[in-house]
Unconditional design. Structure first.
Length: 169
């Protein structure tokens, strides 16, 4: 089983099925894919990657969710170039907190320029990441939740997610 498949299985367990919580800024969500991820609240998402929403969130299958996860989160964050469990943690951060914040938190933990570009310097440092840097990455994730809209309602669940994820790795 590839690291992506293993990580995706873990994240799909965290994300659950369909939800339409009025307090969730992402809007309708299924398998962790939020309606608002494309900036439009239209109940649809783009599965095939052509920039045009083609599937209703309610109808999204786990297999379609995997396609989106691979293309828009795993690949964008170069998780295939990261070692386990760092690739799992960065992938989960991208899914749950956004790709740019995930990249910048990784760079902060690696003590490199936080520009959101995963270039040669960042990736070379990531290849040598030690447990302390990985733990710092997770700490930065936790800290970022405190300033996130909805923390009062969802904060304990978000923090629990980090701890469960650490146990899964």
């Amino acid at each position: 089983m590839s690291d992506f498949d293993k990580a995706c299985d873990i994240i799909l367990l965290s994300e659950g099925l369909y939800s339409n919580d009025p307090d969730d800024a992402g809007g309708e969500t299924k398998h962790g894919i939020a309606d608002m991820r494309d900036g439009k609240r239209d109940g649809m998402t783009d599965v095939d990657g052509d920039g045009i929403p083609d599937t209703y969130i309610k109808d999204l299958t786990p297999a379609q969710g995997r396609i989106i996860y691979k293309r828009d989160y795993w690949d964008v964050c170069k998780c295939d170039q990261l070692a386990w469990p760092l690739n799992l943690f960065v992938f989960d951060a991208a899914v749950n907190q956004g790709e740019q914040p995930a990249k910048k938190m990784l760079q902060r933990a690696l003590n490199v320029k936080q520009d959101g570009i995963l270039g040669k310097i960042t990736m070379a440092r990531a290849a040598k990441a030690d447990k302390e840097q990985i733990c710092l990455f997770m700490a930065y994730r936790a800290q970022r939740y405190y300033g996130t809209r909805g923390y009062d309602k969802y904060g304990n669940g978000w923090l629990k997610r980090l701890f469960v994820l650490s146990l899964e790795a």
